[in-house]
Design a protein around this ligand. Structure first.
Ligand SMILES: Nc1nc2c(ncn2[C@@H]2O[C@H](COP(=O)(O)OP(=O)(O)OP(=O)(O)O)[C@@H](O)[C@H]2O)c(=O)[nH]1
Ligand SMILES: [Mg+2]
Length: 405
């Protein structure tokens, strides 16, 4: 059989000429008779297009543009999902159901990390459990060739293994475990049921990395908001600059629970994200040591503060994952990962992290107010509160409502 040459056009139409094509062909090959009626029609259409464009322009201007920035896994898209729940009627049943496959994949990712963790900690594994642990450690290729039912069985068998149970007992906060493990692990039997429709909470805990810029538009009180979400992984940060025009506020999201996590892309040399970043001595000294996620995030925060395109934008810092921070501190001392910390309580740790970010302000913007909150992006009530307070800042209504200076 000869090879099909796929031109961009027949790739779109699958090689079949569409009804639309035929219509265009008829129109262009026939004689066109111009009458006064058709001219009037054209003028009317053109006028209505102009009006639409004008309306769109004014609407765009009256929209308040808010940009979510921050490193990967910080919680930006979770905040977008919360806005959908709070201001856009949430998710339809079909949409909820469509998240089921991501849910299974997230569970697989947790198990993959558990398998690697078992191997790294050299936990003893019974002979009959070894091959299963190794299969999960290898990656997802095996799972691509099996059906959904079999996959669910294998996932449920994995969690029953003796070595898996011991690992979770000994290392519930193992640094490479995805953050959503805490939520999904206790409810696996329930959420993996093939008929399960993911709940809003299940969806809020999903980890689906953002790879492109996206936006939602909604009405908040009397204002029209345009909320823009970007991918936080280093490879996607280069796209951010295209969103920097006319930003009323930057909501910078950072995971406080990332203090013991490493960047995925740790081998990549650290480059400034923006060419316009004003060099600061402080930034140059930050990431020389461990390529740690919290450190990377604070560095990025400093870089954004110095961007000349964002100098007139309000900055609101969401120090996120406060729920996980308190869980992790029990077994992972913050001082082991970030120099200079000698506190004891979760409050001490949160305050230290806050200072760690705020000291990225250069001398130049010493007087620039940065507002912020300790947040839990998976908690709808908490996000509602902090988003309302943040909007008060943006709309300059009540600056005293939000404390971090
Ligand atoms: N427990 C807990 N989990 C959170 C919190 N915020 C976000 N998460 C989880 O953290 C993971 C990452 O959240 P995302 O919103 O996808 O992160 P992101 O900043 O959009 O990441 P990128 O798209 O890669 O830039 C998801 O599994 C979320 O459910 C939080 O406050 N507490
Ligand atoms: Mg995202």
């Amino acid at each position: 059989m000869g090879q099909t040459i796929c031109t961009p056009r027949n790739r779109i139409y699958g090689g079949v000429i569409s009804a639309e094509d035929t219509d265009i062909a008829n129109k262009t090959s026939g004689t066109i008779s111009v009458t006064i009626a058709t001219v009037q029609e054209q003028v009317a259409i053109s006028k209505s297009i102009d009006n639409l464009l004008k309306m769109e322009k004014t609407e765009d201007k009256s929209r308040v543009k808010i940009l979510l920035l921050g490193g990967a896994d910080a919680g930006k898209s979770t905040i977008v999902k919360q806005m959908r729940i709070l201001h856009m009627n949430g998710f339809s049943d079909d949409e909820k159901r469509s998240f089921y496959k991501y849910l299974r994949y997230n569970v697989f990712q947790i198990f993959h990390e558990i398998s690697l963790g078992i191997q790294e900690t050299i936990l003893s594994v019974d002979d009959d459990e070894k091959s299963i642990v190794n299969r999960f450690g290898e990656g997802d290729s095996y799972f691509l060739s099996i059906d959904e039912e079999k996959e669910v069985d294998i996932l449920l068998n994995f969690i029953a293994l003796k070595c898996v149970r011991s690992f979770m007992h000994l290392y519930p906060n193992y640094p490479s475990l995805p953050d959503n493990a805490h939520y999904y692990m206790p409810k696996l039997a329930d959420i993996l049921r093939p008929k399960h429709t993911p709940t809003a909470q299940d969806i809020l805990h999903l980890r689906i990395p953002t790879t492109s810029v996206s936006e939602i538009n909604f009405t908040f009180e009397t204002s029209s908001i345009r909320l823009i979400d970007v991918g936080g992984q280093r490879t996607y940060r280069k796209k951010w600059i295209h969103c920097f025009d006319g930003v009323a506020a930057v909501m910078f999201v950072a995971s406080m629970a990332a203090y013991d996590q490493k960047l995925d892309e740790s081998e990549v040399a650290i480059e400034p994200v923006l060419h316009d970043a004003i060099p600061a001595a402080a930034a140059a000294t930050t990431i020389k040591h461990l390529p740690n996620r919290l450190r990377d995030s604070a560095h990025l925060f400093g870089e954004m503060l110095r961007s000349k395109f964002l100098l007139s934008s309000a900055f609101i810092l969401f120090l996120n994952k406060k729920d996980l921070l308190s869980k992790k501190l029990i077994s992972q001392p913050l001082g082991k990962y970030i120099k200079g910390y000698d506190g004891k309580t979760t409050e001490d740790a949160s305050d230290f992290i806050r200072q760690y970010f705020l000291k990225r302000k250069s001398k130049k913007d010493k007087d620039r107010a940065i507002y912020g909150h300790y947040t839990c992006a998976t908690d709808t009530k908490n996000v509602e509160f902090v988003f309302n307070a943040a909007c008060d800042i943006v709309f300059k209504k009540n600056i005293s409502k939000s404390g971090m200076q």
